[in-house]
Design a binder for this molecule. Sequence first.
Ligand code: BG6
Length: 294
Amino acid sequence: EFVKSVNGLEKVVLREIHGSSVEVYLYGAHVTSWKNEHGEELLFISSKEIFKPPKPIRGGIPICFPQFSNLGPLELHGFARNRLWALDDDPPPLPPDVTNKVFLDLILRSTTEDLKIWPHSFEYRLRITLGPGGDLMLTSRVRNTGTDGKPFTFTFAYHTYFSVSDISEVRVEGLETLDYLDNCQKRERFTEQGDSLTFESEVDRIYLSTPTKIAVMDHEKKRTFLIRKDGLPDAVVWNPWDKKAKAMADFGDDEYKHMVCVEAAAVEKPITLKPGEEWRGRQELSVVNKLLDS
Ligand code: BG6
């Protein structure tokens, strides 16, 4: 289902027979809504969001490509999140288990303008799939389409903003004892101690080589989000807390209480693609209305 949205931006709504749904803006190939079968919103979108290019959308699932954060010469988190993507009329073949799933295939190709700031030809195919239980799968395929014989390198993240009732009641499980780079402390390397991760101040960390399964537990709502990832070794955890929240124009002063970003990512070891090579990175989100062990 195609809908014209705010400022003439187009979005596609995917609905699954049990009632869950997903909304995707062609601008950024940005998932802005993911609802369970009871119609409850599972992603955070800022109430200050104005949906006006070239600003990226604050909330949902921004795609950070070809650069995560400021780890290179490009604008913060790269340019994929503020480009207009197209429907992919030549998508990759469907896997055999595709019955009862609804999906959308989008594509981004480097334009002449993009090549001026990042001189590497690529084709980026994104498949967004909503499973029968309301699971949300994002599969990215990036191909080096350059004819100059040169490899290119990129970093990446699915910058998912989960909606939570109260950040002080949230725990992230699956990152215990791992090494992380702390963005709040000049990207110094630390080791996570003991227990699951909780939030009492700004958190901005890149956890390195994590397990493929991470759980975000919302204790107040008694809800667990499960993130499964493939091809994405790292995981970024971010909550801006009060001071940073106030400094962001597209984010409400108190909204940090109601979101947490847990991002399947490839940051520490950038991905290199030779001409003709393809990389695949997948994230699968599911939710249950109880507190699960990860
Ligand atoms: C996180 C980064 O992934 O994204 C943070 O680790 C950054 O450092 C945050 O502040 C938000 O970035 P932006 O560009 O969407 O404001």
